[in-house]
Design a protein around this ligand. Structure first.
Ligand SMILES: Cc1cc2nc3c(=O)[nH]c(=O)nc-3n(C[C@H](O)[C@H](O)[C@H](O)COP(=O)(O)OP(=O)(O)OC[C@H]3O[C@@H](n4cnc5c(N)ncnc54)[C@H](O)[C@@H]3O)c2cc1C
Length: 407
């Protein structure tokens, strides 16, 4: 798969994208894994609609499952830019597998590393970083997605334990195998009451096998991201000891918002991976394929597909890398641009994959040529981790509150 080994742009430099030697080596490590291990199975697992758990655990040996976690807890202690690179490389080959990686390493593991107590981090992080345990994160519910504060899952403190009731929907890694086994632990947001009787949001780490926790339906027949599992999780008087409350009671809105910044940034990075691979494939095909006695890339319409895709991809890449290099994992602080990069990169990826199918004609429409899968997978980026409409709403709100951003 030589198309991944050559850098399409040829312009990547330390200065342009704020990369250091560690980032360059990381890209090589993940790209080697993606080419040699991930690519040969990608189409098969998409078609079977299965998550490759065995292969996923190998990411632990590579130090990728706790990429942003301090080394003392079994992680690699790298920054947001490193997380972007890992997602970009995995997504260029298998975005579905990469979505499972994101749910584990960004939504569950990084959240715990940033917000857990010392005892909680020592207890859970080493197992999650090694791949012995698989994690998930649950905000969304059957009746509530964008309107997060409308969540209906509750946690009630009674007889020294929390009783959690509710359903969580669309949870990536909600199940991890074909027999329907749940993730080993799930970072769950639920509503709690404060002393004044007001509702707030709190976080609980729920482990597989806890009384009252079960898997609802496994969501089948997704358009794309079929090599990751998605499931509904059910909490029925689920009994959770106080030691599984993460952070202070009622304090989780801030966790959620901070972690959403990293989630959106890495989803945007997935869009870069999809776009780069699509460009590589359409560029090569347009050079090789002939029609009317000329290679396809001699035709103006084909040139506009390739050239527009390249310029849009590079613009998105600059924005994603610039935002990543400014994102402080502990403090966040890039809210408007985490919405911005996802807004721009999601639709860019979908459009570039769409143009790649067009350039390949009939061949683009079948699985062997990869771009139809990338196109299906890209669509999720306009929905998951915040819809594009949610990003538009958030950016407009932030600009109206802080017009000086535009100075
Ligand atoms: C494959 C997949 C994996 C997922 N993984 C996870 C996961 O691991 N954990 C998790 O918690 N969630 C996960 N999700 C859920 C995902 O984050 C939600 O689907 C997403 O936030 C949208 O919520 P919704 O589907 O309920 O749509 P809704 O919020 O009901 O929105 C429906 C439509 O209405 C629009 N809309 C809603 N409110 C407004 C508004 N105020 N202004 C304008 N338009 C609006 C939306 O933009 C959208 O177009 C996943 C979803 C999918 C499909």
């Amino acid at each position: 798969m030589g198309d991944l080994t050559s850098n399409l742009s040829g312009t990547e430099s330390f200065e342009l994208f704020n990369l250091n030697q560690e980032h360059i080596l990381l890209r090589k490590l993940v790209r080697d894994f993606a080419e040699n291990e991930l690519d040969p199975q990608a189409l098969e697992y998409d078609r079977k609609e299965q998550f490759n758990l065995k292969l996923f655990r190998q990411l632990g040996d590579l130090g990728l499952l706790g990429i942003t976690v301090p080394e003392g807890y079994g992680g690699s202690g790298l920054d947001a830019l490193a997380a972007v690179i890992a997602h970009e490389e995995l997504s260029a080959v298998d975005p579905g597998f990469c979505l499972s990686y994101l749910a584990h390493s960004m939504l569950c593991v990084n959240n715990l590393a940033q917000n857990g107590s010392e005892a909680q981090k020592k207890h859970w992080l080493p197992k999650l970083c090694s791949g012995e345990w698989i994690g998930a994160m649950a905000i969304s519910e059957p009746h509530v997605g964008t309107d997060v504060m409308g969540m209906q899952t509750t946690a009630l403190f009674k007889n020294n334990i929390y009783l959690i009731n509710g359903r969580k929907m669309w949870i990536t890694n909600g199940v991890i195998d074909e027999s329907g086994t749940s993730a080993d632990c799930v970072w769950v947001y639920a509503k709690t009451l404060n002393n004044l009787g007001e509702t707030e949001i709190s976080t609980f780490m729920i482990e597989k096998g806890m009384k009252g926790f079960s898997v609802g339906q496994k969501i089948k027949d997704k358009t794309g991201m079929r090599s990751s599992n998605t499931a509904e999780l059910v909490f029925q008087d689920c009994e959770v000891p106080g030691s599984h409350l993460v952070g202070k009671l009622g304090d989780s809105l801030l966790h959620m918002m901070r972690n959403l910044e990293l989630e959106r940034l890495t989803l945007a990075a997935m869009g870069l991976g999809i776009a780069r691979r699509s460009l590589q494939i359409m560029n090569r095909y347009a050079n090789e394929r002939e029609a009317f006695g000329h290679s396809l890339n001699q035709f103006g319409q084909i040139q506009s597909y390739i050239a527009n895709s390249y310029a849009e991809y590079m613009a998105a890449k600059s924005y994603v890398y610039q935002t990543a290099s400014r994102l402080n994992l502990e403090k966040g602080g890039q809210r408007i641009d985490s919405d911005g990069v996802k807004l721009i990169a999601a639709t860019m990826a979908k459009n570039v994959a769409d143009r790649a199918i067009q350039v390949l004609g009939g061949y683009g429409y079948v699985g062997e040529y990869v771009v139809e899968r990338l196109w299906r997978d890209a669509k999720l980026l306009e929905i998951g981790g915040g819809t594009i409409e949610a990003h538009q709403k958030n950016i407009t709100r932030d600009l109206s509150k802080n017009p000086q951003i535009l100075n």
